[in-house]
Write a new protein. Sequence first.
Lengths: 201, 201, 201, 201
Amino acid sequence: MSPKIVDRDKKRAEILHAAMKVFAAQGIHNFRMIDIAVEAGVGKGTLYEYFPSKDDLIISCFHQFFEDYQAHAEQVQTRPDDPADKIRQFIKLSFDFFRDQKERLDIVFDLYAAGLPRRNGRPLLDGMDDAYRGLIAEVEAMITDGIERKIFRPVNARLAASQLLALLDGLTFQAAMGVTNLSDKSLPDEISQTFLNGILS
Amino acid sequence: MSPKIVDRDKKRAEILHAAMKVFAAQGIHNFRMIDIAVEAGVGKGTLYEYFPSKDDLIISCFHQFFEDYQAHAEQVQTRPDDPADKIRQFIKLSFDFFRDQKERLDIVFDLYAAGLPRRNGRPLLDGMDDAYRGLIAEVEAMITDGIERKIFRPVNARLAASQLLALLDGLTFQAAMGVTNLSDKSLPDEISQTFLNGILS
Amino acid sequence: MSPKIVDRDKKRAEILHAAMKVFAAQGIHNFRMIDIAVEAGVGKGTLYEYFPSKDDLIISCFHQFFEDYQAHAEQVQTRPDDPADKIRQFIKLSFDFFRDQKERLDIVFDLYAAGLPRRNGRPLLDGMDDAYRGLIAEVEAMITDGIERKIFRPVNARLAASQLLALLDGLTFQAAMGVTNLSDKSLPDEISQTFLNGILS
Amino acid sequence: MSPKIVDRDKKRAEILHAAMKVFAAQGIHNFRMIDIAVEAGVGKGTLYEYFPSKDDLIISCFHQFFEDYQAHAEQVQTRPDDPADKIRQFIKLSFDFFRDQKERLDIVFDLYAAGLPRRNGRPLLDGMDDAYRGLIAEVEAMITDGIERKIFRPVNARLAASQLLALLDGLTFQAAMGVTNLSDKSLPDEISQTFLNGILS
DNA sequence: CATGAATGAGCCTTCATTCAT
DNA sequence: TATGAATGAAGGCTCATTCAT
């Protein structure tokens, strides 16, 4: 009458964490289910108790990733009022998210590539473009605000937002490649400086 | 140099071109050798006359991609003397390379992701980081030149070069996602403007 | 005989009944243990408290089936004395057994097929041939009696018995297929008529 | 330009033949693809060059079976004119088909059972009931003819046809079980005799 | 005694690669 | 040289069975 009680959410999270480690080590295109099972310390069949298929596991990992990112972003509630400070904080925030988690850095580009649209068939990860558009809109709002308050030059706000995100993605890519070091403490400030120089009045 | 050799090179190039189309449509992780054979109009076995393995075919495609990029870059020989103009032309050049070839845009991020280092084993594409470092060095030289000639502010040239390339990569990614439109004729100018604003004296 | 025993027997019967329903719906080769557990409203593990294995459960179902058939047959104790009437009643009896239980009809051929001998290894259901031979012997006795009493022609009694059972099995098969309707009230009489015509003096 | 030439039809038939042997030995529910591959002397993958899936292989076997049966039936072109003789020949024909092919006898009931309708989902073999109805119609025509020519009593022709086929199926089942011996040379005659007695005027 | 989470043996199926023609 | 039929290693997934609770 009282069967084994298991914290399914906890075990699910553990498996997802093990998956992240495996993805980081082998990429999301080269791992075997057994690898994750071993990493998570469970049997192969157990994975299927929590995720209906291999693809689902990858997709769930992607969602976890975005949820963590959003949680991280919202954790900084006291957004400053000054638009330039907002931008500075946004940049710092993004760097913070990856700085100490090589694991995440290693899978983010796999996930990015997996979310690109395909001419034939669906991409593995659906809806990445919409999530990205939301991000752009957020940054665009900051810039528009700055323009209205004459703090920024009257640049194309949408494009400037695109540029900032492009910049951050590109640096993340360089970091994943080992070409740029995110841990350099002065990086966020220098980036902010150059970018803001470009749009400040 | 005998006719036979020419024929081989031509067919090899045809197969590589077919491969690009297949990669663009299905991604470099989801295609089968038969897909390329069909696209190229040859038999499956024939592929192995020209490429020793599937991985080799992908790698060759990657090299072709870089060779084309370099050929495109060198085709613009009359580099201007002014550092700012150099940067402007570099930016324009990069946009030109992808603008009219959706096919290329679709595979570049697969290739990028395939070139990232892995904790376990080699990445599929080796040496991408070195190629990238070379690119950074080129841009860095332009900026250093500008700084010495007092045209640019005394910024960290290495970092500024990183930023410019990051910006271009990030925009390419956005374009691949369909979030940013590379065909917008004013794009290179606006990008150049903002970036140069950031570093100009 | 203690209450516990009764409860066990009752639950065992319930599981067996649930199994019959599942077999009828999915066939004895396509069901999963969980299907029966759900149908019976018990846990998967509980099935193993009553049956040591999946095969055992099927076999037990088969025995249940035969026991029910025999119980049904014996329930008609007042066998008539006239051999022709005996045959008529035997035929009617067989029809009665399936007429109102589509469930049984649907599994009988799975069970039949499962009982056929295999060149490699044992069949799933053992001893079906012996049970069948017993049935033939019973009918053969009726016919022999009829021959001795000059009511039937001096046919090969063994073969005639085979024929009658074959006829009934074949009709059951047709009914399972949906080609012949066992519910047709005149069926037993017409069958009896034709068969007896064939062997009556 | 001249690749390996293979008689695909021939190899397909060989695989089908190997499959029949395996089905006879293990049943259509217990075999593994590798068993058939070994029996046919080919690799596992080769099976999939000829049949898209395991189920398809089984279904193809079933179709082959029916084609062979029809070919056998049509091979006897000189059908007699007398209805009773027609019936006799039909019975003889059916016995002939199995007599010397234990292999076929062993799988026929698996196929029969696989063709029965299921409450949940399609049966493995589709359209068996229609094929069977066609068979009944053929026999029914013979009997109707006999009735019209006053050779047979005015029985229910449809039912009588059902009975004859049921009889033959039932005997086949008994033979598969090892309870009745189809090789008994007098069997067809005795069966014909009894059946015709039942319906002759 | 009842349960269902966990397990891993087992098997279908795919597809890169080979090689006879 | 070009081909595609043949191959079998490899891996995703299922499900009977176990056993801690």
